[in-house]
Design a protein around this ligand. Sequence first.
Ligand SMILES: NC(=O)N[C@@H](CC(=O)O)C(=O)O
Ligand SMILES: [Zn+2]
Ligand SMILES: [Zn+2]
Length: 352
Amino acid sequence: MSNSQANSSPSSITLTRPDDWHLHLRDGATLASVLPHTARQFRRAIVMPNLKPPVTTTSQAAAYRERILAALPEGMQFEPLMTLYLTDNTPPDEIRRAKDSGFIHAVKLYPAGATTNSDAGVTALKKCYKTLEVIQEVGMPFLVHGEVTDTDIDLFDREAVFIDRVLQPLRHDMPALKVVFEHITTRDAAQYVDEAEGPIGATITAHHLLYNRNEIFKGGIRPHFYCLPVLKREEHRQALVRAATSGNTKFFLGTDSAPHPKGLKEHACGCAGCYTALHAMELYAQAFEQAGALDKLEAFASFNGPSFYQLPRNTGTVTLQRESWTLPAEVPMGEATVVPLNGGEQIHWKLV
Ligand SMILES: NC(=O)N[C@@H](CC(=O)O)C(=O)O
Ligand SMILES: [Zn+2]
Ligand SMILES: [Zn+2]
């Protein structure tokens, strides 16, 4: 990272062009609206497969990839890194096809019922062991939405319980499986990843670095802060900040930007997901600056992900300037609008 001033509060920072290792682009008119927001900042993104219907085959992923590239505005450079949605019935051969495709970079686990469009997800990991053995064998990263859905488990404990009940047994049985613990939200997860042996990494969102669960209820119910896994206590936020700024290469950037139309967020049963693609790098800069660790942002955003995925680092750069500006209250998304996280409020960094 090169600072315009050699001190801890530079007026601008220039980083190797970053990548987003966890992103929801959706499809159709929504895709066309949100993709430019990501592509202006990130050179590549791991694209989540939880469409309706989900992206479960290599040929579906190929078609989705073509739709993404077709929606990319002229002159923008962006490479979608595709993923497959694992179901109880994904055949082992599908993994070999995916690996041979060259454009599918990971397989995604959604425990059935855990989150948006997870109905077709896995009901019991044991049912997938033949397929998981092939994922392990071909060396494809296995991305996990790490929450149990058992009704006896408190919503705020779902991630911690997932470690004991699902992740540890899985990694015991498949020690060479490359796992990414996606969008971690707890000290338990950060500690587990930090101390675990073998191939494991974790993505961390900007909103989980910036906010604790009070934010959802401040002055009334605030649906734009509702995502899954849900924001946790302050002690957990602090543990995530420590992990992201530690310099440990296992932790890398994944926005989990998850656009939903405004009307479905501001709703009696509102959708889970925060929209951060518009201003992701600015949010991360704010979080790292608050921690006095701006010098750690480049490795987290631009180096650790490529090294985990065994891909080259990007060549270009992006520059962020210290400048206060007001985020739009909402932005067009297809026929509707989407409210960015902190919409209408001030932010103190600006992507040049
Ligand atoms: N994070 C979310 O709250 N929502 C995501 C799904 C997910 O990543 O779990 C979505 O697709 O809307
Ligand atoms: Zn998820
Ligand atoms: Zn997600």
